[in-house]
Design a protein around this ligand. Sequence first.
Ligand SMILES: Cc1cc2nc3c(=O)[nH]c(=O)nc-3n(C[C@H](O)[C@H](O)[C@H](O)COP(=O)(O)OP(=O)(O)OC[C@H]3O[C@@H](n4cnc5c(N)ncnc54)[C@H](O)[C@@H]3O)c2cc1C
Length: 566
Amino acid sequence: MNAPHPNAGPSSEKAGDRHLAVTHEVINQPPMLENYNLYEQDIALQEAVKREGAGKAENDLKTFGALAGDAATIDLGFRANNNKPVFNTHDRFGHRIDEVDFHPSYHELMRIAFENDLHSSPWKHPGKGAHVSRAAKYYLHSQVEAAHCCPVTMTFAAIPSIRKQPELAALWESRILANSYDARNLPDSQKSSVSIGMAMTEKQGGSDVRANSTLAYPTGKAGPGQAYELVGHKWFVSAPMCDAFLVLAQATGGLSCFLMPRWRPDGTKNPWQIQQLKNKMGNVANASSEVELRGALAWMIGEEGRGVPTIIEMVAMTRFDCMIGSSAGMRQAVAQATHHSRHRSAFGSRLIDQPLMQNVLADLALESEAALAYTMRVARALDNQDQEHERLFARLATPVGKYWICKRAPNHAYESMECIGGSGVMEDCIMPRLFRESPVNAIWEGSGNVQCLDTLRAIHKEPETLDAFFREAAQAKGTDYRFDQFLAQLQNDFADVSDLQYRARNLVDRLALAMQASLLLRNGDKAVADAFCASRLQSNGGMNYGNLPSGIDAAAIIKRATPIVG
Ligand SMILES: Cc1cc2nc3c(=O)[nH]c(=O)nc-3n(C[C@H](O)[C@H](O)[C@H](O)COP(=O)(O)OP(=O)(O)OC[C@H]3O[C@@H](n4cnc5c(N)ncnc54)[C@H](O)[C@@H]3O)c2cc1C
């Protein structure tokens, strides 16, 4: 008989005369964060939903939260990203088809989004809590997979712009709002549900869309609602399989907005051709393309020469969705980091119980809670646009929030990844995807500087927007001396109008912080509000996450944020 293998412990097995050594037992690894209810395990979200007027959507959100946390739904997100869309120019007989082939998991995610009205509910059922409940659902769904949310958002956001041309709205609106998803590459006349994209950006100018060189030629009469043919190019067109696009092009009277379907009413292919798909660092489940318009038929929406004010209604909504999306990315990152730390031990105790890790986790949780509180407050403002304060508030809070929340996401994703250690860098973990996804919301729909300039533009055009913003923030006055000092200094700095553009980032940063602090102080958890004021409104010199000062109740902040799974 052979001598026992030196490494064979009590669990070594004997097969014939060979010893099969069991090399090791897998211990100290967390269970998968799946098969949990994303809504029920998110205290801050539940509070925000009730606070901002969507309490009646609770049951629906619970059902949706279970779907979003289901292992099968989470798996769709991984598959949609592991199988990039493929572009086919022609069919095998040589016909130009311009078809993008998506993995079935992408279509399944789109089906879930459309069947749950993520593209439509506030337009179908406006009123109290409509935008709030949709934002909450989008927040849950986007945590599963963010890239496919791009066409969901664009379809949702197109409605206010399309309504500016009532006869076109009559033709398209009911099919845009239908709660079904039809991925077939067919003329829209054969479809009962459609999706909408947008094509503004050209090579020579993205932020500066007035530099657009695409030309619009009337096919008969010119003007709003009339048919044109568009000739030019677009440098970025995401989700190119959408059924129609809102496009900017130069008409005789200046830059105008058009609705351009992918097919002509006679059932022939509208001559706009995809040149290639973009090779993106993130957002890969969603295709983005470069296209040429070779006399593509389109109808003018809104007044000739007023293309930017027409499409800006759509852009305002996409900017709002960027806020939801980045808040959702941060929430998912916190869920992953806290879940891991709760199950992983090092140096004799769980990571979540170790003081330095507590400082980092609580800091990450604060950022995520503040982003959510801000986003949901804006959602309530969107539900109440008939009230002047809410209208003024939303006008300023949208560029401020889009700038701030989206810009906070990339470093947050990276720090959350580091909480998980080496396994957080691996592609079978969602963290690399969250990280690669994180910059895009800050860049598209108006990059950071553009949002800051838009903030200044809003204040310049309508100074009441700043009054409304400060009025809203000041509701927390007297609850925290740090907040009072911060707000007073900020208001004071706005009195100085010299080199405003140069200082815009600093001012917008502080507007966002003041509003987040105000919302947390008034409505949030005490420990969260205290830590936010201590770390964001006062500087102790540190720059990275994990700089919360002593005396903060980090354990309470982490407890709120940690999903209990396993
Ligand atoms: C993945 C992806 C998908 C996209 N999909 C679409 C789409 O579907 N449809 C579409 O129309 N577009 C789309 N875009 C384009 C996107 O909206 C633009 O990239 C964006 O608006 C910036 O424009 P740009 O790339 O031309 O950069 P530029 O306009 O050249 O800006 C470069 C930088 O300069 C800054 N800047 C610009 N003006 C000023 C100023 N006056 N002062 C200070 N700083 C300034 C900007 O903030 C930015 O940081 C997409 C982009 C990406 C990355």
